[in-house]
Design a protein. Structure first.
Length: 183
């Protein structure tokens, strides 16, 4: 009786560019907003989000008993960020969390994969350092500027749900197409 619900879009198409500040925003969205609203209150097994270097932003839930409410939570992410407040100590923890994801020891296999990807995409050590600097310089007030970006992405209504046929059919008006995965 669960589904996997995803929604997102491309922030480049909305006139925004990638910055390390989006990593701090993502940390807050995942650990405060999605965790509380999708996992704790909604009963899903989990939820996550991302802002990719190619401009794509996404929200995803998994083993989620809700559909309509989950999409509503995604739609309200801009309002959450617009009104988000925390202490300096708490905000510093979000930044430290992002830095710990950026700077940790890699296995030789992981290093090789990163090197291959960097070569193919022409991603340089300077680019990685710029992201690190942007993360470290992020202020709480910087994040409110991304609320409009989230609103713009969510209004395009690019979403997908995979899971319980009866629950998805009950919300059929949300979808352009319903496709069975097996017959």
């Amino acid at each position: 009786n669960v589904q996997y619900v995803a929604k997102g879009g491309n922030f480049f198409r909305k006139g925004y560019s990638y910055t390390g500040k989006l990593r701090v925003l993502n940390n807050i969205l995942e650990n405060e907003y999605l965790y509380q609203n999708i996992r704790v209150q909604g009963g899903a097994y989990g939820a996550f989000s991302g802002f990719e270097l190619n401009g794509y932003q996404y929200f995803c839930s998994y083993r989620d008993p809700n559909l309509d409410n989950t999409l509503l939570v995604y739609d309200n992410a801009g309002d959450f960020i617009r009104n988000f407040k925390c202490s300096k100590w708490e905000f510093d923890r979000y930044i430290i969390g992002v830095i710990s994801d950026l700077d940790y020891p890699f296995s030789p296999e992981t290093k090789a994969g990163i090197s291959d990807s960097d070569f193919i995409t022409d991603f340089k050590a300077e680019d990685r350092q710029q992201i690190r600097n942007e993360v470290l310089s992020t202020k709480l007030e910087d994040l409110a500027a991304y609320a409009d970006m989230l609103d713009a992405i969510m209004t395009k209504n690019h979403y997908c749900a995979v899971g319980n046929e009866h629950q998805i059919k009950a919300s059929a008006e949300l979808f352009d197409n319903l496709t069975p995965l097996y017959e």
